[in-house]
Design a protein. Structure first.
Length: 233
């Protein structure tokens, strides 16, 4: 067909056009032609294999095709980015977010969630007593992220360069998150992961027991420290 002439274009189709239309690399075409002209020898030096190479390749492809739900991923598979904001004293999750790309805008989302929940409507200097500990990455050190912190009156506390753990609060939580959710379930979409994170947030704050707070849940600890403030107001 590559030598046939197109009626509309009035020129030969060519191998490039045909391979592009069928989504096949030209190297595959040439390799198959070479194999047809000169079949490879099936002789092996040494002991014969338990299973022929062709049969082994078929079995490998079958296993990969049937094991998609078990974590087999090919080239082009990408993982989303998870952002979390944790109260250092209480230990509860104040913000959770998952995104396809970890940009500076996505990094601000968990902070925004926590501010709206605990500070109400956002405005100039509404969170002056708050300090945000974050890594020294490009997202949190961007002008967009830092301008929002300054506008709300939040003190920025970046970790040292090349030392992303900071005080380790988020890292200890991420270990629990992996063991309880990320290593247990598989997600086909970022939105499904985001919704699962929000469900995990509610369950964690209501049920997780913290040793440093005498085995109380984060919700109970926050309630204890919120009542005196409410009475003072």
């Amino acid at each position: 067909m590559s030598r046939d002439c197109s009626v509309s274009a009035r020129r030969v189709y060519g191998k490039v056009r045909i391979c592009r239309h069928w989504g096949v690399a030209r190297s595959t075409l040439y390799a198959r032609r070479a194999a047809l002209r000169a079949p490879a020898s099936t002789a092996h030096r040494g002991r014969p294999p338990v299973i022929a190479d062709g049969d082994l390749l078929v079995q490998i492809r079958t296993v990969l095709r049937e094991s998609e739900e078990l974590g087999w991923r090919g080239e082009g598979y990408r993982t989303p980015t998870i952002f979390v904001a944790i109260d250092h004293f209480v230990g509860d999750i104040v913000g959770f977010h998952a995104a396809r790309y970890g940009t500076r805008f996505e990094a601000w989302e968990p902070i925004h969630q926590g501010l709206r929940e605990h500070f109400g409507p956002l405005g100039d200097g509404v969170a002056e007593a708050l300090v945000v500990r974050h890594d020294h990455g490009a997202q949190c050190m961007s002008s967009h992220f830092q301008r929002k912190l300054r506008f709300l009156g939040i003190e920025s506390s970046p970790s040292f360069v090349r030392a992303p753990p900071g005080n380790g609060a988020a890292e200890r939580f991420m270990r629990s998150l992996k063991e309880q959710l990320l290593w247990v379930r598989h997600f086909h979409t970022v939105e499904g992961l985001r919704l699962a994170l929000l469900e995990f947030k509610a369950r964690y704050n209501a049920q997780w027991l913290l040793q440093r707070h005498d085995w109380q849940t984060p919700a109970a600890v926050r309630a204890q420290h919120s009542e005196p403030l409410a009475m003072a107001v």
